[in-house]
Write a protein that binds this ligand. Structure first.
Ligand code: GDP
Length: 328
């Protein structure tokens, strides 16, 4: 039985990846942080087959202990402080967890692996935010990185450290440069989920408007459930490598609003939108669009869920949730 350890098990990707690995017959361990983590019950209910271990990416000894218990063949490092806007307010903490945390887990895996650097296959969750002020359109594995937020800078550190451990020690370490990926499990702070919930609440008469930031930004949005499949495929390759995972299609926040409002029968949505500088960022990533050709060719990976279907799935899910809560 293949054994896997997932950091960031409480997040959207951790849950989808755990489901995928359990369906493949893996023995799955999840690293959970802190005392009395508020997401503990959610993880236990969603993926009861996962064995939970306590640990923190900023605490190297806790990572070593988790590795000794889990004895994994594969480690997926999905843990991070991942909200871009928050990273300006907490730049040091974001750097410690999202940046230095990658070094801690790489070092823990290296020490745990002893004389055999390929004993554990390692996946690092890198991010399209590393492209920031994009230097090439579409963005591919070779595009110069130009991060625009403390989060993006921390992810660049983790990305290059993963490559460095591969080149320095011969570790089977791969980095997936994932473009924005969303789902009904996305956190409410991200724009897709913020919009899907607000639109559901407006439709049900529970809310009057949505307060937004910059609605001209463009993102390449895919479905998180598709993207965890690419992570797994990377670790099944003989050779470790880095891959862009994206749909290759970009949409603006305006188009997101259009699809979400249309789903509930509202065509003219402009009157529901308020803009507030509170949601503007000190530096914006204006356009992201990935070129997933390498992942297509070498991993045989293709996204299945397209933008419109994704947003409609999220709005439908939030209509169900909000209806149930309002009925209580
Ligand atoms: P990110 O790409 O990882 O930063 O994902 P987000 O979902 O947080 O933001 C995507 C884009 O939506 C960014 O360009 C934001 O500036 C833009 N945006 C506009 N209004 C909002 C808002 O109210 N909340 C968030 N989170 N993003 C917003």
């Amino acid at each position: 039985m293949t054994r896997a350890l997932i950091t960031g098990i409480t997040g959207q990707d951790g849950l989808y990846l755990a489901e995928l690995l359990l369906s493949k017959g893996y023995d799955v361990y999840g690293l959970i942080r802190g005392q009395n983590n508020p997401k503990l019950d959610l993880v236990r209910e969603t993926v009861p087959g996962v064995k939970l271990l306590t640990g923190d990416l900023t605490d190297l000894s806790s990572l070593l202990r988790a590795l000794q218990v889990a004895q994994p063949d594969e480690v997926y490092n999905l843990g991070a402080i991942s909200f871009v806007a928050y990273s300006w307010e907490n730049a040091m903490l974001t750097t410690d967890v999202t940046g230095k945390g990658v070094l801690n887990i790489l070092e823990a895996v290296r020490l745990y692996s002893g004389d055999d650097p390929t004993k554990v296959r390692f996946y690092q969750a890198s991010s399209s935010e590393m492209f920031g002020k994009v230097q090439e359109v579409p963005q591919r594995e070779s595009t110069l990185l130009w991060p625009r937020s403390p989060y993006g800078v921390a992810k660049v550190f983790g990305h290059y450290m993963t490559i460095n451990y591969r080149e320095s020690y011969g570790m089977h370490a791969s980095s997936g440069i994932l473009f924005n990926h969303e789902s009904p499990r996305r956190g409410y702070e991200f724009v897709t989920r913020k919009v899907s919930r607000a639109v559901a609440r407006i439709k049900l008469g529970l809310q009057d408007d949505i307060v937004m930031g910059n609605i001209d930004a463009k993102r390449d949005w895919g479905f998180a459930g598709d993207y965890v499949e690419a992570m797994w495929r990377m670790l099944q390759q003989d050779q470790p490598d880095d891959y862009v995972v994206a749909t290759g299609v970009t949409h603006s926040i305006r188009e997101l609003l259009d699809v979400a409002f249309n789903r509930v029968g509202i065509e003219d949505w402009a009157g529901y939108i308020k803009q507030d500088p509170r949601f503007m960022r000190p530096a914006e990533v204006d356009l992201l669009i990935g070129d997933p050709a390498k992942a297509n060719d070498q991993l045989g990976w293709k996204p299945k869920v397209a933008f419109q279907e994704l947003i409609e799935m999220m709005v439908d899910n939030d209509l169900d949730i909000e209806r149930t809560q309002a009925g209580r």
